[in-house]
Design a protein around this ligand. Sequence first.
Ligand code: DGY
Length: 323
Amino acid sequence: MARPSVMVTRRWPAAVEARLAENYDAVLNTGDKPLSPAEFRQALKTYDAVLPTVTDRLNAEALDVPATRTRILANYGVGYSHICEQTARSLGLTVTNTPDVLSECTADLAMTLLLMAARRAGEGERELRAGGWTGWRPTHLVGTKVSGKTLGIIGYGRIGQEMARRAHHGFGMTIIVQNRSRVDPSILAHCNATQVDSVEELLPQCDFVSLHCPGGDGNRHLINAARLDLMKPGAFLINTARGEVVDERALIQALMFETIGGAALDVFDGEPRINPDLMQCDNVVMLPHLGSATREAREAMGFRVLDNLGDFFEGRDPRDRVI
Ligand code: DGY
């Protein structure tokens, strides 16, 4: 029997690409160039499975194909707000993601950002590399203490819980949680966390606020001007979730007028384009979407896609089916 054909939209770790080529009639993207909507539509007509990732904007236009050969979009990544759910459903596509295997590394990066923002690490590095460091002095680049402070976590899924674990058990932080559903008390107890009912209730209590909720239309501009106003004057916002969750114009205002202490961002609305005004703000740390960027996590994400494909083509319900 012919092997299913699969199309990978970006370069993947070599070990995973090798396994894909063993198991499937695999078309790899060795040039690592993102597909255009027209190329994506062509792929949907040609292959049994397409393996997209966050850089593929699979809106109604990109998925506008009357008859697809593709039956599964096995996404590389946990977030899938780049895939239009309604269109995927109308085409009868199965969609899977890659949870769990990147939670620790993404939380590590969120903690990195939190520490960098609080301790002004980006500013320090820029100053040193520019040759501007004149030596130690008591008033130089004085930041904010992290240990023992209060961290608010918006979205208490797997990554949010890993972030809480690091902050509470590593840095003695008090954890406050906002989540759309009730979190099991035994899960909250791991970090002695308290769940509040609303974002409004959480924000004024926190020295740091870290976003771990899904992106997409439902959470677009969840953090807006009114909510930024509720943050403590010296507090920091950390976003490793999705760019659209934060109203960047409102955030830039808050950073420029220093109504909050600062921000640390790994994701951006319309990335990789960065709002030029953000570049002007010294009190923001920015990284190029590195949350899951470790060899271990990126390989595990790829093998998780393989698990999902194996389930699907062998007639089982894929373990990570989201649509
Ligand atoms: C994820 O897994 O969601 C990462 O942000 C890359 O898509």
